[in-house]
Design a protein around this ligand. Structure first.
Ligand code: PCA
Length: 196
């Protein structure tokens, strides 16, 4: 069994829903072979995610942490390569906070790469006819902060945990396809784990 912690975000900005949580809510009803699925809803808050991610990793001790977020301007499923040590926003988070070029962790590394096998995962999803791309920036908003915090904590604690982040488009792709796509991502990561 591979233990996966799958997270989604609450709505933010003008949206009343967040597709990332809709996908998590759907997948948590399903049985996935060889997978023990745990789920968590994350707040869209720069400060809260920085304390919550380490706490969730300690609580669940997953083998894989896969975070989902919504990216309104994207048209395909995008799998993030890199998390950077920077927060900058023009729109406040759900706590009313707007960071201006602040580091997430003062003395942390500038950036971390994901542990997910990006090309393999993307090829598998695309092969199902679901649009999928590798992304080289997760932005500087709360998603990147959550992604960076988890990778930083994992490196500091020298954990085996694999951390990945997937942005989902808010329009243009049916929910059902996104659920299928994320399921494929999880299954591909699990097969990759087993082959190690
Ligand atoms: N998307 C935002 C934060 C929460 C979400 O779903 C982002 O891309 O940073």
């Amino acid at each position: 069994m591979v233990r996966i912690l799958l997270t989604g975000f609450e709505p933010f900005g003008k949206s009343v829903t967040n597709v990332s949580w809709e996908v998590v809510a759907d997948l948590r009803q399903q049985q996935l072979p060889k997978i023990e699925l745990r789920t968590a809803l994350l707040p869209v808050s720069f400060n809260q995610v920085r304390t919550l991610l380490p706490a969730l990793i300690e609580e669940h001790r997953p083998d894989v942490l896969l975070m989902l977020g919504q990216a309104s301007k994207r048209e395909e499923i995008t799998i993030e390569r890199i998390a950077v040590n920077m927060m900058d926003a023009s729109q406040s988070d759900n706590d009313g906070y707007i960071p201006r070029e602040e580091r997430i962790i003062e003395d942390g590394e500038n950036a971390y790469f994901t542990d997910i096998p990006l090309s393999t995962v993307c090829e598998e999803v695309s092969r199902m006819g679901i649009p999928c791309k590798i992304s080289n920036t997760a932005g500087l908003y709360v998603c990147n902060t959550a992604f960076y915090t988890a990778l930083h904590y994992t490196h500091e604690q020298e954990r085996e945990l694999k951390v990945g982040f997937v942005h989902l488009p808010s329009k243009g792709l049916e929910l059902e396809l996104m659920v299928k796509g994320v399921k494929k991502i999880i299954q591909t990561i699990v097969i990759d784990e087993e082959n190690r």
